[in-house]
Design a protein around this ligand. Structure first.
Ligand SMILES: Nc1ncnc2c1ncn2[C@@H]1O[C@H](COP(=O)(O)OP(=O)(O)OP(=O)(O)O)[C@@H](O)[C@H]1O
Length: 256
């Protein structure tokens, strides 16, 4: 498999410095420093319960940090007004693990829903053309009138990504995009993540436990260990170590 390389891009779309977050006596994030560069795919790895979701919630302002600074698209998330936060969230698309489609709506209605809620002045023709463009981008235009229950897990995942993309976010957050999918569908989702990066020029954080996905989509990889990103860099940089906290990830995914 061809491995992606770090980009030369210097412009940061997310900048996190000295981030701490505890719940009671449980110190989840303990000095997180992390940058996301424009147009890159950054893969975030880490054991269950290490705080990846907490980090994402802080990025989108659903949780506040105890200490440290989180800047998203040049705005300090916990210093902006609620109105500014809502506007910022529209620029950050979140693709949920379970795809979170509305089961009682068709594929088309699922895509229309975020559009009419957030962009109230669109004409019917503009809405139809946006829906068709996004379904075409994820290769599922033919499912436009189907119900989510008629789709496979991989197709639902794609529709979920299309529904997030329809608002044209600058940043995409993918939460375990290949979880629960068969290997062939995983490869298709990996390709889609790369196509989205190319076609929509998004900058993305991809949370995954799937190292084949990490290798295929990540320009860089960052591993959350004991509350910080101690290892960051190319896939090889991160895994070229005898660190017993890191090796099992590799060994489990690529049994030698
Ligand atoms: N609102 C909260 N109140 C109390 N504890 C919380 C809260 N949110 C998260 N935690 C705790 O913080 C820790 C990190 O949780 P988090 O969901 O970020 O893990 P994760 O790395 O995303 O795990 P997984 O890979 O399983 O999704 C967990 O122990 C969790 O119980």
């Amino acid at each position: 498999m061809e491995q992606k390389k770090p980009l030369n891009e210097q412009e940061k779309v997310i900048e996190i410095k000295g981030l701490y977050k505890s719940f009671g006596n449980y110190h989840v994030l303990r000095g997180v420093d992390l940058d996301l560069y424009k147009r890159e795919n950054l893969v975030v790895l880490g054991k269950s319960g290490t705080g990846k979701s907490v980090l994402i919630k802080i990025i989108v302002g659903l949780l506040t940090p105890d200490q440290g600074e989180v800047k998203v698209l040049n705005q300090v998330v916990d210093e902006i007004t609620y109105k500014e936060l809502l506007a910022l969230r529209l620029k950050v698309g979140f693709s949920f693990q379970n795809s979170a489609l509305y089961d009682s709506m068709t594929v088309k209605e699922n895509l229309i829903f975020p559009l009419i809620r957030n962009q109230k002045n669109l004409t019917k023709a503009e809405i139809n053309s946006a829906v068709e463009e996004m379904l075409d981008a994820v290769g599922l235009l033919q499912t436009i009138n189907q119900m989510p229950s008629e789709l496979s897990g991989g197709q639902r995942k794609r529709i979920g990504i299309a529904r997030t993309l329809i608002l044209r976010p600058e940043i995409m957050l993918y939460d375990e995009p290949t979880a629960g999918l068969d290997p062939i569908t995983c490869l298709e989702i990996n390709s889609l993540i790369n196509e989205v990066q190319e076609r929509f020029h998004t900058s993305s954080i991809i949370i995954t436990h799937d190292l084949t996905c990490a290798k295929a989509v990540g320009n860089r990889v960052a591993m959350l260990l004991d509350g910080k990103f101690e290892r960051q860099g190319s896939f090889e940089d991160v895994f070229n170590t005898s660190d017993e906290r890191v090796k099992p990830f590799y060994d489990y995914n690529f049994i030698q």
